[in-house]
Design a protein around this ligand. Structure first.
Ligand SMILES: [Fe+2]
Length: 281
């Protein structure tokens, strides 16, 4: 564990990373409106993940130093997205590069964490490098595990926001890059529906349609760790709104109900089917 008796994060380190991040994003700004939109989307996502992690961390009772460490992790978690987009014009790791590994590599290459203590550096590297893995590797313990779980929750909470807005747009307004180029077809894969109905996560690699992708996003509630994260799911409309865009089929309804029941169980609040569900797109 990163002990309090050791000199820990100070405001200077956090400020340094905040300033660096702003300047780093600007190096990817583009005159092309579509490229600029995609870069700004990731920049805004990062700031919202910061806000989420601070809220979850504060509710967890983290002291200022640990909250600052959490914010640094949130600021850096998607740093690889910018270079991924510049090189490949996609956010789909499967056809380009693992953006989390790339981010960790960038941080190491420029020695961005030189002002941090070795234990903090390890915690930050682990969290950035593994924030997108399907399940948290068993090898992580202590603070590496804790801060990784924090950023995974904070990240998911904002990804739901990004996609709720995306699904709300018409075909023409949508950025194909955000939708990972999945075809917007009515089909849902039975394999994915089964997993979600059984309370299991489904892998992105098996998704064939945009509906599959939506279902996989709903299944992420099964991976949340912190009570505050569930409260945030319940108080925001994002997950319900994504569910409301799925086709009205009995098997889809069963899967969605499993997701909603899970959230309701974690918050001891009703997490209901949205008023406009079912809705056939
Ligand atoms: Fe990410």
């Amino acid at each position: 564990m990163v002990g309090r008796e050791k000199p820990f994060m100070d405001e200077g380190n956090l400020e340094h990373i905040r300033r660096w991040f702003v300047g780093y994003c600007q190096t990817f700004y583009s005159a092309d409106p579509e490229d600029q939109r995609n870069i700004l989307l990731k920049e805004e996502h990062t700031h919202r993940v910061c806000a989420n992690i601070i809220r979850i961390g504060a509710e967890e009772g983290l002291d200022d130093e640990r909250l600052q460490l959490a914010e640094v992790i949130a600021l850096l978690h998607d740093v690889g997205r910018f270079e991924q987009y510049r090189q490949y014009r996609t956010f789909r790791d499967g056809i380009s590069v693992d953006h989390a590994a790339l981010g960790a590599e960038i941080i190491r290459e420029i020695d961005l964490l030189a002002g941090f203590y070795p234990l903090e550096r390890d915690v930050i590297h682990h969290a950035v490098e593994s924030h997108n893995v399907f399940v948290v590797p068993k090898r992580f313990q202590g603070d590496s595990l804790y801060f990784l779980q924090l950023v995974r929750d904070a990240d998911k909470l904002d990804i739901w926001r990004v996609f709720m807005e995306y699904y709300d747009q018409t075909g023409e307004e949508r950025s194909a890059v955000v939708g990972l180029d999945f075809p917007d077809l009515p089909e849902c894969s039975p394999e994915i529906l089964d997993k979600i109905t059984n309370g299991e996560l489904a892998r992105l690699s098996v998704a064939k349609t945009l509906n599959d992708f939506k279902l996989i996003q709903l299944s992420w509630v099964y991976d949340l760790t912190f009570p505050e994260s569930f409260r945030m799911v319940a108080e925001r409309e994002h997950v319900r709104a994504i569910a409301a865009t799925l086709p009205d089929l009995p098997e889809v309804r069963r899967a969605v109900e499993a997701v909603f029941d899970f959230v309701a169980g974690k918050t001891s609040q009703h997490f209901g089917i949205p008023r406009d569900f079912p809705e056939t797109p």
